[in-house]
Design a protein around this ligand. Structure first.
Ligand code: SF4
Length: 432
């Protein structure tokens, strides 16, 4: 029975990769995958993310049921156990397929349309690669390399869902990337909860994996996804050599979360502020134009005014190019949820604003350094207001007005910097 199905994904690259696979497997089973809800649809699959709280996902479910009262609804994605009764309160007979069970999406959908809602939530340790996919972006191959992590971060709900590190076999990852290249991908996004601890459960490591990836023939770039400081430190020399390779974007995403050691200890993060600073200094010395992305949580329980300003000072010192700022929110069943010394909401908001203002200035200063840079960019996204967006070797977001297509390589000169991106003029069309 071929019905129209809309799949909406949220959250991190790994979850979007799941969404692409869900679409690919359903299309293979002769369901019609539509990409917007203006079309006549019979089913919506919400591939949710709950890392920052449950409310957003519960509201998305309610909104979808209001908008499409006659549709089947399947909830997939990062669904913590405690959320299932809340989902069932919204509508009793909803099908639930969590991130571990996406390979069974076809049978779950078939059972659902025959009025037999499913609940597939058992944790699985199976690689979610070499699956048929409908990519959200035809030139970007999102390649998950593992599931879970080795962390015990006290605020984190992802660990409760994804569990302990399960690294995928390197030969399967290489096969996946070769398929992506054959299918026209120009960017390979290596992704995981923590790419830097890859292989620690199967007697290998991220450096050995990247060495194999960089031997693959073809014209493509590799973006290494986020890795935690303690594991990046273990692989420092090898990661620097790998990132120096022309195929690697000079981009490092390394979440620090706080600039205060007592707060890092309370978060159960396994490194110190000095460890983090040393790593950044070493990368910036070896690759001066590297783009540094990091994450900060403001308002963690017990964080004093002084400790908050230690985070501000750290950001002012290391001057990241990208900063993901999160306001602490207690996640059910996490260790931090039981902490008594919580900071009030207004104060957390105030700290988030101060951190944002601090970073906005740094982001503009960092981008201004690229003024007059000229070189090649890969067009990988449609921009706003008729513009196109591309990335240079340092994965800097560069906006151009000229006519070109996703996948094109063009030579540009940076004319202007903003806190978000760089604005450029095209000098030359290089190739498609
Ligand atoms: S490393 Fe920490 S924050 Fe990241 S997924 Fe694991 S437990 Fe969560």
């Amino acid at each position: 029975m071929s019905i129209n199905i809309l799949v909406k994904s949220f959250g991190c690259s790994a979850n979007f990769s799941d969404g692409e696979a869900i679409k690919g497997m359903l299309k293979n089973a002769e369901f019609n995958i539509v990409d917007n809800d203006r079309e006549e649809i019979a089913m919506v699959i919400l591939n949710i993310c709950t890392v920052k709280g449950d409310e957003k996902s519960l509201n998305e479910i309610k909104k979808t049921l209001e908008k499409h009262p006659h549709c089947f609804l399947v909830v997939a994605g990062c669904i913590p156990k405690h959320l299932i009764p809340e989902i069932k309160k919204i509508k009793e007979n909803l099908t639930i397929v969590n991130t571990h069970n996406i390979k069974d999406i076809v049978s779950a959908v078939e059972e659902t349309i025959h009025d037999n809602p499913q609940k597939l939530i058992e944790p699985k340790r199976k690689p979610k690669i070499l699956l048929d996919k409908i990519r959200d972006n035809p030139i970007i191959g999102i390649v998950p390399i593992s599931n879970g992590c080795l962390g015990k971060c006290s605020y984190c709900s992802v660990k409760l869902i994804k569990g302990k590190l399960y690294s995928y076999p390197a030969d399967l990852i290489i096969k996946e990337i070769e398929n992506c290249i054959k299918q026209g991908c120009k960017e390979i996004w290596i992704t995981a909860q923590d790419t830097a601890c890859y292989g620690k459960d199967i007697d290998t490591n991220i450096v050995e994996l990247l060495e194999k990836v960089l031997l693959i023939e073809g014209d493509f770039y590799v973006r290494l996804g986020m890795g935690n400081p303690q594991h990046i430190k273990e692989n420092l020399g090898g990661l620097i050599s790998a990132l120096k390779h022309p195929k690697m974007f000079k981009f490092l995403h390394i979440p620090v979360q706080s600039g205060s050691n007592p707060v890092l200890r309370a978060m159960k993060r396994e490194y110190t502020v000095d460890d983090f600073k040393e790593i950044i200094k070493t990368f910036k010395t070896a690759i001066p134009e590297i783009t540094i992305a990091t994450d900060i949580i403001v308002g963690f329980p017990g964080e004093t005014e002084k400790q908050f300003y230690d985070s501000i000072k750290l950001i002012q010192e290391i001057k990241p190019d990208v900063l993901n700022i999160s306001k602490f929110a207690a996640r059910p069943y996490t260790a931090a949820a039981n902490k008594e010394d919580k900071i009030n909401g207004a104060e957390i908001k105030e700290r988030s604003k101060k951190m944002t203002d601090t970073f906005d200035f740094i982001a503009f200063e960092q981008n201004r350094k690229w003024k007059n840079w000229a070189g090649e960019i890969l067009i990988d996204e449609t921009g706003k207001y008729g513009t196109m967006k591309g990335r240079n070797f340092a994965y800097k977001p560069i906006i151009i007005k000229e006519d070109c297509q996703i996948g094109d390589k063009v030579k540009v000169r940076i004319e202007k910097a903003t806190k978000h991106d760089l604005r450029a003029e095209k000098i030359l069309n290089i190739k498609h």
